[in-house]
Design a protein around this ligand. Structure first.
Ligand code: ADP
Ligand code: MG
Length: 720
């Protein structure tokens, strides 16, 4: 679709990137690069036989399974379009459990038998691929001797062409499953969770008097933070190259204390980079909307206009990839790690999330009429209940080794999940709870028209930057995601737990209505009851403060500081129950995700620890020893007492710390997917690494600059 979609809600926006419900304006304007490389509804309309196009659109709109007879025609059109646009190869792009994207390229061309080649691409090849999947992590779902995994075309996420100076590649978004049909990726569960939520929400909407909506889509608008550094420094830092973060580095004299970077003017090279990134993304149909500097020096943010969760998640993967690719053209490297620099703000990803009907109603937007506000209160209460009930699971959904430097380490947001509603909305819920409306009626409020009803704020109003889960006017913003993470699992979890809560509230509504209550009375009673039972999760103060940690504990909220504390919640009985009930992930599939997450955590820290030990021993210790030798050599070999003593003391401590780290690395447990092993690396290995770093950073401050082998924070972060 080449139309740039507006910020306001349209049915097409919920449904897909214009790829599925292309009912509106299907024209391709000239000179507008948006969607230029997308096999969009407009392109499909132009190239597919009329009846095939119609059938495809109807199938997609209804979320039904695809008629295989359509596949050949679609494949033919897709191939012709791709060849005309310079593609020589195609790939089924999928999202294995590593959180990244995977692709295996196949040429369109085959020998024709007469010495030439012909381009061939059948419906079968479009619909299904069979990559050698043995090296993707499966958490035990697929035995290693059974290497087969299948990729299956996802027609609801449009195919696109990735350009390269030497050719182009047709990318077909696909799902990835084992031969037994178990999901091995992030897409399948996300799609299942969207279906589940839609079913529950439609059922509730009927009770609430909506007869028209046929489908409810969840939406996502991710704000992505990242660092950009000059590639020279990147190559000079083996820790960055190997682990994506600096394992050493003293705090620079200037950090972000001056707050002179946030929203500041964007340096020219960086802006050039951003513009090119955005042009590339526009061609791929990713609707980028905002860009700005972030809090830390060399930190930036980019955000698209929201889309349905599936397309939005696919696009998020593309954003991360393009951000990194384009950087290299400008001599820059884009760092997506959650904490590339200690002592400097880390990077997150704000997951703006909502639900909307195919008739264009945002269910999390307070409306203009009392009835719309009843809808809003109902669905908002469901979200509050879902988050309270499954707070630990939400925490687990954002756990990884990089995140442990943020969530559990006194940085934004904290590991305690809570909801910020804003003072006005919170007041409205409290008024419903107490049964008394608010006497004061400022203009900004909407009349809800009923006796006991308080007025709802039309706009979100106040903000709270410290909350991990904030209501922002017409959506919730789940702020605890890490910058490198795929959106798949957090949104799968959000959708599934919301579906459960909507059903619980819906059942109560059903019973009340059957019992003869009026809709208003019934909904308000349910809202009141839900609020009372779940309000402990609502907090509008400063989430970083020590008082909140104490208060949260008193309220009985979980504080799962580190990944090994949080990850087991992926397989807790309450999780297994809700995922089983909604058929989003079976117990086996949950276990596979849990095992992969634990294994990734352990492996990440193990790689960091080995890299840290090697840098410390082969680069930093020699530098310190050289300096010590110099000091000892002056004054005819008698040295400079004070400096020599200081340096030699540190060198000794450093040596001890390195030995300890090396020992911790050697004692690394055998089983890499065991939570016990995760706890071992967290306490022993991570701790030993921290000690080595602490002394190294002190040495950095005393060893002469020309001897110190690593570029320093003051250079990396400030040379733009
Ligand atoms: P703020 O964080 O200040 O509210 P914006 O209003 O620009 O900033 O929204 C930030 C992100 O939220 C954008 O990516 C935007 O597209 C997304 N967003 C807005 N509305 C929705 C919605 N209904 N569902 C999901 N994401 C949304
Ligand atoms: Mg925001």
């Amino acid at each position: 679709m080449t139309r740039i979609r507006q910020q306001n809600v349209t049915a097409a926006q919920w449904s897909s990137n214009g790829g599925a419900l292309g009912a509106q304006d299907l024209t391709i304007p000239e000179n507008n690069p948006f969607g230029q490389n997308v096999f969009s509804a407009a392109v499909q309309k132009e190239r597919l036989p009329g009846d095939v196009f119609e059938k495809l659109q109807t199938t997609l709109a209804g979320g039904e399974a695809l008629d295989p007879s359509l596949a050949d025609a679609v494949a033919e059109a897709m191939k012709e379009w791709a060849l005309e646009n310079g593609a020589t190869h195609y790939t089924h792009m999928f999202q294995p459990l590593t959180g990244s994207t995977a692709e295996k390229h196949d040429s369109f061309f085959e020998p024709s038998g007469d010495g030439g080649t012909i381009a061939d691409f059948s419906g079968k090849e479009l619909i299904q691929g069979e990559p050698d999947a043995s090296s993707f992590p499966t958490g035990g779902v697929r035995a290693t001797f059974e290497a087969r995994g299948y990729t299956a075309w996802d027609p609801t996420s449009p195919a696109f062409i990735l350009e390269n100076p030497n050719g182009a590649l047709l990318c077909i978004p696909t799902a990835f499953a084992s031969w037994t049909g178990e999901a091995l990726d992030a897409k399948i569960p996300l799609l299942r969770s969207m279906d589940a939520l839609s079913r529950s929400a439609i059922k509730a909407l009927r009770l609430l008097g909506d007869e028209k909506a046929q489908r409810v889509f969840t939406t996502v608008g991710p704000e992505q933070e990242y660092f950009l550094i000059d590639e020279q420094y990147y190559f000079e830092r083996p820790d960055l190259v190997t682990t994506g973060r600096t394992l050493f580095g003293a705090k620079p004299p200037k950090g972000h204390e001056l707050d002179d970077h946030y929203f500041g003017s964007i340096p020219e090279r960086v802006l050039a980079y951003m513009l090119e990134t955005e042009q590339e993304l526009a061609k791929l149909g990713v609707p980028i909307k905002t860009r700005h500097n972030e809090v830390a020096p060399a930190q930036y943010e980019v955000a698209p206009i929201f889309e349905n969760s599936n397309v939005g998640s696919d696009h998020q993967q593309l954003v991360m990839q393009i951000l990194q690719n384009v950087a290299r053209r400008y001599g820059l490297v884009c760092l997506l790690h959650e904490k590339p620099f200690a002592g400097v703000n880390g990077s997150g990803k704000h997951n703006n999330w909502s639900m909307g009907t195919d008739t264009g109603i945002n269910l999390l937007e307070p409306g203009d009429t009392p009835h719309e506000n009843l809808l809003f209160l109902f669905f908002c209460s469901a979200v509050i209940q879902a988050v309270n009930t499954h707070q630990q699971l939400l925490r687990a959904s954002v756990a990884n080794a990089g995140q442990d430097h943020r969530l559990g380490a006194n940085e934004a947001p904290p590991a305690i999940i809570s909801i910020f509603l804003g003072a006005e909305l919170e007041k409205a819920f409290m008024a419903i709870e107490s049964g008394s409306g608010d006497a004061a009626t400022p203009q900004a409020y909407l009349e809800m028209g009923a006796s006991v009803l308080p007025r709802l704020p039309l706009h979100g109003g106040d903000r709270n930057r410290t909350s991990p889960f904030a209501f922002t006017g017409n959506k919730f913003e789940f702020r605890a995601l890490g910058s490198s993470m795929s959106l798949g699992m957090p949104n799968t979890i959000l959708n599934t737990i919301a579906a459960e809560a909507i059903d619980t509230l819906g059942d109560k509504l059903d019973a009340a209505l059957t019992g003869g209550a009026s809709l208003e009375e019934a909904v308000l009673n349910i809202v009141k009851e839900t609020w009372t039972a779940n309000k402990r999760i609502v907090f509008s103060g400063d989430n970083y403060s020590d008082e909140w940690h104490t208060e949260a504990e008193e309220r009985g909220l979980a504080n799962l500081r580190q990944s090994p504390d949080a990850l087991p919640w992926l397989v807790e009985p309450t999780t297994v129950a809700v995922f089983g009930k909604y058929e989003v992930l079976s117990e086996r599939e949950l276990h596979s995700r849990y095992e992969v997450a634990v294994e990734q955590y352990i492996t990440t820290i193990n790689i960091e620890a080995e890299t840290a030990a090697s840098i410390a021993r082969t680069m930093l210790l020699p530098a310190a020893v050289r300096w010590l030798g110099t000091l000892e050599g002056v004054n005819g070999g008698t040295g400079i007492a004070r400096l020599t003593e200081e340096t030699s003391g540190l060198v000794d401590q450093f040596t001890d710390a390195i030995f300890e780290l090396e020992a911790a690395n050697i004692n690394h447990p055998e089983n890499d997917s065991d939570i016990g092993a995760a706890k071992y690396v967290q306490t022993e290995v991570f701790g030993a690494m921290g000690k080595v770093r602490e002394i190294a950073d002190r040495l950095e401050r005393i060893v002469p600059d020309d001897l110190w082998p690593l570029p320093k924070y003051s250079e990396i972060l400030f040379i733009k």
